[in-house]
Design a protein around this ligand. Structure first.
Ligand code: IPM
Ligand code: MG
Length: 375
């Protein structure tokens, strides 16, 4: 089958991590007989430089025509002094809301090969894991097109007072919760709603909606945590979580925190969707690693491409319903880690000589392609 994929390499390390991800997709195409056609689009800092705006209308329109979108990263110091509506990050927000992808899935699991890169002690990991293993595997479902990211904001008092507004409708909360419940149904059937209902009115609405929606999913255990407690529980006992559903801002913060537990933020993929629907071709989705554009290491072949490669695996799974191919990409990533290949962010300083080999972005991508072709 033929599929079209919009590519937004973006800024900083974005193009460097997108290149290996498309090579991996091409390897999947060759091996399993699919045609992936790329439509390269400009957004973020590059778009500001070439057209004066972070998300040109043609980019959004062209993205909407594709079956999925894969994005590297946007942003960099040269655009940091621009006014908010002209910053590269606006491109991300515009794509997310323009494509209507309101649920952002961020899986956070500790791979056995990277156990030593996890900053949490073995016994702490074991204590919170139901099987007593030094392991965790959780999924953050972050609301992506509402809340304080999109609420009213502005300045008053001649610029000396500023405000941003957290606002959510029943419907916005309900639809992301339903994605969370669907995901939990395919996992360990536990869902934790994270909010700040002891202080925020919008969080109290989250709880109201959750307790209503929970009735429809009796097979799933629903629990509630305040976000400050959740931040603590994530490093105290990550094994207790299955699916976490939370607002845009809380999800942003908690996913960076959780990513460190896997060894590096460079490992984490994400999928932004409007539904999880089994079928022949899934919904349009936007796929991106959760890391940023890392201008400090850009252009030096140092970036970890695995978060983007794993995002491409999520793309195959959710937008194209190619589960077998998605699993093959994930297995290839594990295979290169088994071989001891590490980018610098996940390399152990104390590794025994010969057990780990530090490689660059390109070599890591090539190794994944090779594992996939031979696997
Ligand atoms: C993320 C990023 C973005 C966000 C930034 C770059 C706007 O941190 O995808 O987590 O806050 O959503
Ligand atoms: Mg973030």
């Amino acid at each position: 089958m033929d599929y079209s994929i919009a590519l937004v390499p973006g800024d900083g390390i974005g193009p460097e991590v997108i290149a290996p991800a498309t090579e991996v997709l091409d390897t999947v195409g060759d091996r399993y007989g699919h045609g992936f056609h790329y439509v390269e689009l400009v957004a973020g800092g590059k778009a500001i430089d070439s057209s004066g705006e972070p998300l040109p209308r043609e980019t959004l329109e062209a993205a909407k025509q594709c079956d999925a979108l894969l994005l590297g990263a946007v942003g960099g110091p040269q655009w940091e002094t621009l006014p908010g509506h002209l910053r590269p990050e606006r491109a991300l927000l515009g794509l997310r809301s323009g494509l209507g992808v309101f649920a952002n899935l961020r899986p956070v699991a500790l791979l056995p090969q990277l156990k030593d890169a996890c900053p949490i002690k073995d016994e702490v990991l074991r204590e919170s894991n139901p099987q007593g293993k030094p392991h965790f595997d959780l999924l953050i479902v972050r609301e992506l097109t509402g809340g304080i990211y999109f609420g009213e904001r502005g300045r008053e008092d001649a610029g000396k007072r500023a405000f941003d507004t957290e606002t959510y409708s029943w419907e916005e909360i309900e639809r992301v919760l339903r994605i969370g419940y669907t995901a939990a149904g395919l996992r360990r059937k536990r869902l934790c709603v994270v909010d700040k209902a002891n202080v925020l009115e919008s969080s109290r609405l989250w709880r109201e909606v959750a307790s209503a929606v929970a009735q429809e999913y009796p097979g799933i255990e629903t629990s509630y945590l305040y976000v400050d407690n959740c931040a603590m529980q994530l490093i105290r006992a990550p094994g207790q979580f299955d699916v976490i559903v939370t607002s845009n801002l809380f999800g942003d913060i908690l996913s960076d925190e959780a990513s460190v537990l896997t060894g590096s933020i460079g490992m984490l993929p994400s999928a932004s969707l409007s539904s999880i629907a089994p079928g022949s071709k899934g919904p349009m989705g936007m796929y991106e690693p959760i890391h940023g554009s890392a201008p400090d290491i850009a252009g030096r072949d140092l970036a970890n491409p695995l978060g983007t490669i794993l995002s491409a695996a999520m793309l195959l799974r959710y937008s194209f319903n190619l589960e077998h191919e998605a699993a093959a990409v994930e297995a290839a990533v594990q295979a290169v880690l088994d071989e001891g290949l590490r980018t610098q962010d996940i390399a152990r300083r104390s590794a025994l000589p010969g057990t780990e080999k530090v490689v660059g972005t390109q070599a890591m991508g090539e190794a994944v392609c090779k594992a996939l072709a031979n696997g």
